[in-house]
Design a binder for this molecule. Structure first.
Ligand SMILES: Nc1nc2c(ncn2[C@@H]2O[C@H](COP(=O)(O)OP(=O)(O)OP(=O)(O)O)[C@@H](O)[C@H]2O)c(=O)[nH]1
Ligand SMILES: [Mg+2]
Length: 367
């Protein structure tokens, strides 16, 4: 049995964590009080936030799993304030984690673009790596591109700092790419959170299952250590009639992935996990499809979990060697940083020259 730690930092991280607990406890509003998590592993979840309201909003996560770091109401997307706030509260956060016991693996979930989660996560991962031996993975949600310059620049710095934190791999999800998940922003968030949660749960189950063909934490580590340290997760579900080959392909297509990538061009290593009734899982078909994939991207691990009566579901974890989409995002971020800097310089100049206010220098109000 594996011991797994999942931390959700900031509002986005908290909400995805809550979605994980929703599915893990069975979904009812009160299920967290009376039912046990449906994990094969021992999973500890901790939500960290500076905004008490974000923590209160969680419905499926126990109160003891919510850690409030007192700092007004969030850090307003300011990563400098966020980083200082992490330093000031590091001991409290690390003590809370230590009290939960030993772990085999940890995941830290956050948005890249806000203030709290994006500034807490890189130093938190660094602290975990310095303190413990287990691998730590970041699960990072990228912003809608039209959300503004501050969110873009935060993303660029958050990802770079996380990459340099000693993290064992970063799994990307992208709000922009997944926005079809809902018709308005709230339903898109809910849809995306649910997609990410479902995949993480599937992954946890696969790492800790009695399988017909085994993939384990060791394989996952090998996959995640491939490529440029960036990965994404694909998922697809059969309908009982489509072939296993086509479901595998679907899980690796833009429809199945959490982040835009042509994995046949950009992929470095992969792990494909198939779950369902034996009648859908023809090993020859699976092997030939996976061999085809290996010929494009190198090594592919496969795991098969037999579930009587279940239609097939497939999870694919793919690490990327290069990513055009991330390059494009960094180009946008550089423009955003320049725009903010020019604005800053203009304001500084205006302050110096006094601009509008200086017009009344030497004048007094007349009545
Ligand atoms: N997928 C998804 N994205 C979200 C959700 N909530 C916020 N976001 C995205 O997260 C980014 C904002 O980051 P938050 O996580 O809200 O920020 P925070 O870490 O709470 O930081 P501060 O509020 O600035 O202290 C934006 O790009 C949002 O689009 C959510 O529930 N799901
Ligand atoms: Mg917030």
């Amino acid at each position: 049995m594996l011991n797994i730690l999942i931390i959700g930092a900031g509002q986005c991280g908290n909400r995805i964590l809550d979605s994980i607990n929703n599915k893990a406890f069975g979904g009812g509003r009160f299920s967290k009080y009376y039912s046990k998590q449906k994990f094969p592993s021992r999973v500890e979840t901790i939500a960290v936030n500076t905004a008490i309201n974000d923590l209160k909003e969680m419905q499926y996560t126990k109160a003891k799993d919510r850690l409030h770091i007192p700092h007004l109401h969030g850090v307003g997307a300011n990563r400098i304030i966020g980083k200082q706030c992490f330093i000031d509260n590091k001991d409290l956060i690390m003590r809370t984690i230590k009290e939960r016991g030993d772990f085999d693996v940890a995941f830290v979930i956050t948005s890249s673009s806000g203030g709290t989660g994006s500034s807490f996560s890189p130093p938190l991962i660094e602290e975990l790596k310095n303190t413990y031996d287990f691998p730590v993975y970041g699960v990072v949600i990228l912003p809608f591109r039209e959300e503004g310059t501050i969110y873009l620049q935060n993303t660029a710095f958050c990802l770079k700092e996380m990459h340099n934190s000693g993290v064992d791999g970063i799994i990307l999800g992208d709000n922009q790419f997944l926005k079809y998940a809902g018709t308005d922003i709230q339903s898109a968030y809910d849809g995306i959170n649910s997609m990410v949660a479902e995949r993480i749960l599937f992954l946890l189950e696969a790492l800790d299952s009695e399988m017909m063909m085994v993939t384990d934490l060791g394989d996952f580590k090998t996959v995640m250590s491939g490529g440029a340290g960036i990965a994404t997760i694909g998922f697809a579900k059969g309908d009982g009639t489509n072939s296993i080959k086509s479901i595998i392909q679907q899980s690796l297509s833009p429809n199945g992935l959490l982040f835009s990538s042509n994995i046949y061009e950009e992929g470095s290593r992969a792990m494909i996990i198939l779950r369902g009734d034996r009648k859908y899982l023809n090993i020859d078909d699976i092997s030939s499809q996976i061999d085809k994939l290996s010929s494009h991207i190198g090594h592919v691990f496969k795991g098969v979990i037999i579930r009587n009566g279940e239609i097939p579901k497939i999870l694919s974890v793919v690490t990327l060697e290069t990513t055009v989409e991330l390059d494009n995002l960094y180009t946008l971020a550089v423009e955003a940083i320049q725009m903010e800097k020019e604005k800053h310089d203009r304001m500084a100049l205006e302050k110096e020259t006094g601009a509008a206010f200086s017009k009344i220098d030497g004048l007094e109000p007349q009545y």
